[in-house]
Design a protein around this ligand. Structure first.
Ligand SMILES: Cc1cc2nc3c(=O)[nH]c(=O)nc-3n(C[C@H](O)[C@H](O)[C@H](O)COP(=O)(O)OP(=O)(O)OC[C@H]3O[C@@H](n4cnc5c(N)ncnc54)[C@H](O)[C@@H]3O)c2cc1C
Length: 406
């Protein structure tokens, strides 16, 4: 994603690649006492699964029916923790604060599940505005997009599964492709990188073909378009290597965001229901193993692959830091990046930033109504059941104690 200008004191190829992720002073330096207390309170509430389940369904209904106070309540709590703002303008303070703490921003317009053509054009326009905003702010080198925000899901699925499309579907397909192309072209013209998210396996082939075409077109001199590789899929390490060979043979550069994958339950349920072999690894260890191999592969070819380890997993982040160190590469090499979601894993983000690595937060933005589905996913991810909560809350408590606040 690039060098961070404010961090001028970075040294190149440092001896020690140890990053202390338990340093809460660095992790929460950007939060005032009041903000830290509020975050602690929120993560404590999110420990209660019944409360998260209940408030998630209530939030959806309340926002849909415009119930009084619902928007204000969501905005003052979970929205404030995990979302940049309702508009690009509203995100500015948070982006500035990240930048002051040596952290870049990846803008992520959070609208999901739209299907009318005019709404899809409107989403394309939102992404284009984000690119213009990014071009004017050096703290924002990347805009992230989801192909499913630019097309009906059923169309993406039909393109992947059908042998022939109807005339109407062919027309919708070319409109969808044009939207993606418009965005990548604008990214290229403005020098703003475009991360294209990976989605469900039944629409991912369609996305793969599009991203490959966009990379071939716009990654000739430098990496503008980044593909996303979900390492919970059994076939993705091979696919990453295939993409690398393809890029090499056609003479362009590969952009690779490496993730574990967000749709595991959905993927498994569908495979079982429709009686085909699940594309997802059987165990977490297998996913972890492929994630680390993928990171290693990108590092081995760092001159031809610009990569981003998009993860909240401390061990993977430490491994990437160690690999950078053991190869004596500059910590802030523009092709070696880390990324976490806004509001989560600050102990990873800000300790990496403090140690001189390129690190960014995905800053989601959109109206409260638009981002409620995103928020309910964040809330359920942070319940005690998934284990995230205790880690986040434990670290906040440690910092509250260090500041003498509890
Ligand atoms: C900046 C950023 C961008 C992202 N972009 C995308 C994207 O484009 N597409 C996308 O799909 N996801 C995306 N994600 C989400 C990501 O895929 C993970 O769901 C999430 O980050 C949790 O994984 P982890 O590596 O952070 O941590 P961990 O907590 O170490 O890993 C949890 C993940 O491991 C995998 N897993 C868990 N249990 C098992 C099991 N029993 N068997 C096999 N695998 C298992 C699942 O993928 C699960 O989400 C993104 C995440 C971040 C931080």
């Amino acid at each position: 994603m690039g060098d961070l200008e404010p961090n001028t004191s970075r040294t190149i190829g440092e001896k020690s690649s140890f990053v202390d992720f338990s340093n809460t002073e660095v992790a929460f330096a950007h939060k005032s006492d009041k903000e830290l207390r509020k975050a602690g309170w929120l993560f404590r509430l999110m420990n209660k699964k019944w409360l998260v389940d209940l408030s998630s369904s209530m939030a959806l209904i309340a926002v849909r029916w415009r119930m009084p106070l619902s928007k204000w309540l969501i905005k003052a709590t979970i929205f404030d923790q995990f979302v940049g703002g309702e508009s690009l303008y509203e995100c500015q303070d948070k982006i500035k604060k990240l930048w002051q703490n040596r952290t870049l921003t990846v803008l992520d317009y959070g609208a999901e599940g739209k299907s009318e053509e005019e709404d899809l054009d409107e989403a394309r326009d939102q992404f284009m505005q984000a690119i213009e905003f990014a071009a004017a702010h050096e703290s924002v080198p990347v805009v992230s997009i989801k192909v499913s925000a630019l097309s009906k899901n059923s169309l993406l699925e039909a393109i992947q599964s059908k042998e022939s499309l109807t005339i109407h579907e062919v027309e919708l397909q070319s409109r969808m492709e044009k939207r993606v192309e418009d965005i990548c072209k604008s990214g290229y013209q403005h020098g703003v990188k475009i991360f294209i998210d990976a989605e469900e396996s039944w629409i991912q082939d369609t996305i793969d073909h599009l991203v490959e075409a966009m990379m071939e077109k716009y990654n000739q001199e430098k990496v503008i378009v980044y593909h996303t590789f979900q390492m919970y899929r059994k076939d993705r390490l091979t696919y990453l290597k295939h993409c690398f060979e393809l890029a090499r043979s056609k003479g362009y550069l590969l952009g690779a965001k490496i993730v574990r994958g967000a749709y595991m339950e959905k993927e498994r349920e569908r495979a079982e229901e429709m009686d085909y072999e699940s594309p997802i690894h059987k165990t977490k260890d297998d996913t972890d193993n492929d994630f680390d191999l993928a990171m290693q592969f990108c590092l081995d070819h760092y001159e031809e692959i610009a990569s981003c380890a998009a993860t909240h997993n401390m061990r993977s982040c430490m491994l990437q830091a160690q690999l950078i160190g053991s190869r004596s590469l500059p910590r802030n090499h523009p092709n070696l990046n880390f990324c976490q979601l806004y509001g989560m894993s600050d102990h990873i983000t800000f300790n990496l930033a403090n140690a001189g690595y390129n690190v960014a937060k995905y800053v989601v933005y959109g109206t409260v109504k638009e981002v409620v589905p995103y928020l309910t996913r964040r809330a359920s991810e942070n319940t005690a059941v998934k284990g995230e909560f205790s880690r986040e809350y434990g670290l906040i408590r440690k910092e509250l104690r260090r500041r003498g606040l509890i």
